[in-house]
Design a protein around this ligand. Structure first.
Ligand SMILES: [Zn+2]
Ligand SMILES: [Zn+2]
Length: 346
């Protein structure tokens, strides 16, 4: 066991504070990683504030982890000391169910082990990336290509794959009229990845406040959803809509923006259920779906794609003791577009 510094939440209302946690000695299939950078994801905030159910405190959040390998188990041959690697939202799964066999570990029928607020196979609680080091089974470690700086690679491990996976699944490409709802941490990756895949990208945002950014990041069009004329003008105008907003929206209104056979994909996961009238679906054989991160092989494919197409998130690097203020700013949508903790400051 080794003791490392970490930032943890001890209740839904207390600020995160500095503490120490134990990391296991690497087993034969484990990779020990010195964490260099950890992204702040809205899920971290939902979890520590008990908005997705009461978590198992203390919670050490962080599932956008980028670091350097410091040791490998005897059976590991994919990674060696010094390699740049990443860890995303999962650190284990059953490996034998049909989902795991299909490379869809995130949909493991026996429940994937998540990077924090989960129980690992050895019965110990998992702690995330707001910490100096982590030990992870090699099958849940991905390689960060050398051309991607570690600070910018971190948010790809959740925000990047969350957008990449549905774009791939719904075969986004040059003929796709893509709309991304919300230009935040997730949405801005949707714009960049969609543009890199050749889609015609439109941003649907509450106001035109971030329009300049949206167009600079690769969108062709930018619309304000606070303006009712937007919904008239864009009626039946999209093939694929990725909803990154984690607050309730009038789904029926957005479904009307899909052309025949179009699909709207829920990525943001708000706290409360949303309603949609069946007519909004039936009227044009539209689909309403959802998607959760991506499998491990697909996460590697996403990192390689980002390296090849020079797609990286817009980030603001912060020191660890700024994390509580950063949370407030995420909630106020006051970040362009992802906070990344410099773990050397911990
Ligand atoms: Zn996340
Ligand atoms: Zn499984």
């Amino acid at each position: 066991m080794s003791t490392v510094s970490a930032y943890a939440a001890t209740s839904a209302t207390a600020p995160l504070t500095k503490t120490t946690i134990e990391r296991r000695e690497p087993g034969p299939h484990d990779v020990a990683i010195d964490i260099k950078f950890a992204g702040i994801c809205h899920s971290d905030i939902h979890t520590v504030k008990a908005e997705w159910g009461v978590p198992n405190y203390p919670v050490v959040p962080g599932h956008e982890i980028a670091g350097v390998v410091t040791a490998v188990g005897a059976e590991v041959n994919k990674y060696k000391v010094g390699d740049h690697v990443g860890v995303g939202c999962m650190v284990n799964s059953c490996g034998v169910c049909s989902s795991c066999q299909a490379g869809l570990e995130q949909y493991c029928k026996n429940g994937a082990t998540f990077t924090y607020n989960s129980t690992d196979k050895d019965g110990t609680p998992t702690y995330g990336g707001y910490s100096q080091a982590v030990v992870v089974n090699e099958n849940f470690v991905v390689r960060i290509p050398d051309s991607l700086p570690l600070d910018k690679a971190a948010p790809l491990l959740c925000a990047g794959i969350t957008l990449f996976s549905p774009l791939r699944h719904w075969k986004a490409g040059q003929d796709t009229r893509l709309a991304v709802i919300g230009l935040g941490g997730l949405g801005h990756m949707g714009v960049k990845l969609g543009a890199a895949m050749g889609c015609e990208v439109s941003v649907l945002s509450q106001s035109l406040k971030k329009m300049e950014d949206g167009l600079r990041l690769g969108a062709s069009n930018y619309y304000a959803t606070a303006d009712p004329a937007t919904f008239k003008e864009l009626r039946s105008g999209f093939d694929l809509i990725l909803n990154t907003v984690s607050a309730n929206l009038d789904l029926g209104q957005y479904m009307g923006l899909l052309d025949v056979d179009g699909t709207m994909v829920e990525l943001g996961i708000p706290e409360h259920p949303m309603e949609v009238h069946a007519f909004a679906l039936a009227a044009a054989r539209r689909s309403l779906s959802g998607s959760n991160i991506g499998g491990i092989a697909e996460t590697q494919e996403m990192l390689d794609f980002c390296a090849e197409h020079d797609v990286t998130p817009e980030i603001e690097v912060i020191e660890a003791d700024y994390v509580n203020e950063a949370y407030e700013r995420v909630l106020a949508s006051d970040v362009r577009y992802r906070f990344v903790i410099d773990i050397s400051s911990l």
